[in-house]
Design a protein around this ligand. Structure first.
Ligand code: SF4
Ligand code: SF4
Ligand code: SF4
Length: 397
């Protein structure tokens, strides 16, 4: 069998998962950059759910010691999932979404292989690879609002309360943000200046990243601190879009994040799934400084002229200083929200100097799926209901 045929067999095998691999000029070069021919041959037919070494050795007709050696090396590349329960180690093949958009970049490697993969993924993303997500009403991440910006904290639903979400988890790890790293190591993409060591993983996924050199272990307190720094920087928290046993909290920027790029460049109808909150503005207090406009990743907030606002003084309590300052509205403009675009992240409200912005509950609450299995069923139903119409080759950077 030629190398091309070996890679083609692996592509066909990977296509059997929930995530498609549309044909594009980058597909074959990407496969060749990611997997050696020997790895592609080994992985074709490997199950996507966990199997122990003996089962896999029998399936592949290989010596278990040699197979373990190879699978452990592939786990360190993010290509194979490895989980340990008691004395049992299980392996499964990671799907193409997991490898190309997540695990290949968690370690923050900058070697030539990683750079080649990054460049090809960045191109493939624009040429159909991500368009499948345009078909779903549920995105993989849901906005987790910045807690301090919610007006009535007694109304917070447990799956939207950062403290409760982190308290429900037992293992914490941090990795390099794959979207930003993928852009930063690709000479054809602009560099991102937002914090990068901010991709949080929990439970089984967190252990996988730490045990395989794809992340490092942190404490719950450190996870809180990372979220605080991300809120300061203006990043949007996005949590796994189900309620129980979430495994990821991302901190997304509008420039590199696959969800925001999907909205802005691929013209998908949504970025992340919105939270159950919406910003409420206060034109009587706003001083028109425009900070909220700069911080909103969705372009959901604008400044507009408001009668009587020009030169109006707002008296504002300064946090931690026990003092009141007077701020003047120099422009005569105030913030105005486009509710259709607001995803309820609170990034604008977090730094508003006059506290004119708060998050309030939406009228209709959207309950996320209970767990990852329900999420998978709902997404699969969307894929089945709407045939994939990929926009191959028509998206320009
Ligand atoms: S989805 Fe957002 S936070 Fe997650 S990896 Fe991409 S940019 Fe980073
Ligand atoms: S809402 Fe706050 S941040 Fe936005 S313009 Fe008004 S004062 Fe500035
Ligand atoms: S206006 Fe909405 S989407 Fe924009 S930063 Fe504020 S809460 Fe987030």
């Amino acid at each position: 069998m030629s190398d091309q045929q070996i890679y083609r067999s692996l592509i066909d095998w990977l296509k059997q998962t929930w995530w498609g691999m549309p044909e594009a000029d980058e597909l074959m070069p990407l496969m060749m950059a990611t997997y050696t021919p020997e790895e592609a041959y080994l992985l074709t037919g490997m199950p996507f759910s966990g199997r122990n070494l003996e089962e896999l050795a029998e399936m592949k007709q290989m010596d278990p010691v040699e197979l373990r050696h190879q699978l452990d090396a592939l786990a360190k590349k993010g290509i194979v999932f490895r989980s340990v329960t008691g004395d049992t180690v299980r392996y499964s093949l990671n799907d193409s979404y997991f490898v190309f958009l997540r695990s290949a970049f968690w370690a923050g490697r900058t070697d030539e292989r990683s750079k080649a993969i990054a460049r090809l993924v960045n191109q493939y993303y624009y040429h159909g690879f991500y368009d499948q997500y345009d078909l779903t009403h549920l995105k993989g991440l849901r906005v987790l609002p910045i807690q301090e910006t919610i007006e009535h904290t007694h109304q917070i639903l447990p799956y939207e309360e950062v403290v409760k979400v982190l308290d429900s988890l037992d293992y914490f790890a941090v990795s390099t943000c794959p979207c930003r790293h993928r852009k930063n190591i690709d000479p054809d993409s602009p560099n991102c200046e937002y914090p990068i060591e901010v991709c949080l993983h929990f439970g089984r996924l967190g252990r996988y990243t730490v045990e395989n050199g794809l992340g490092h272990k942190i404490t719950r307190q450190e996870a809180h601190e990372i979220l605080r720094q991300c809120a300061e920087a203006g990043l949007v928290h996005g949590v796994s879009n189900w309620q129980e046993e979430v495994d990821t909290i991302c901190n997304c920027c509008r420039c590199c994040c696959m969800w925001f790029e999907a909205f802005y460049k691929l013209k998908h109808s949504m970025s992340l799934s919105p939270s159950n909150y919406l910003v409420r503005t206060n034109p009587e207090v706003c001083v028109g400084c425009g900070l909220c406009v700069k911080r909103c990743a969705m372009g959901a907030i604008q400044l507009e002229d408001f009668p009587g606002a020009k030169n109006r003084i707002s008296r504002v309590m300064v946090k931690n200083k026990n003092g009141v300052v007077e701020l003047k509205n120099k422009t005569g403009k105030v913030s105005v929200l486009n509710p259709d675009l607001c995803i309820g992240c609170g990034v604008c409200a977090y730094k508003c100097p006059t506290e004119s912005l708060v998050l309030e509950c939406r009228q209709v609450i959207a309950e996320p799926p209970k767990d990852v299995r329900e999420y998978g069923r709902l997404v699969a139903a969307d894929f089945t209901a709407k045939p994939v119409q990929l926009r191959e080759g028509n998206i320009k950077k």
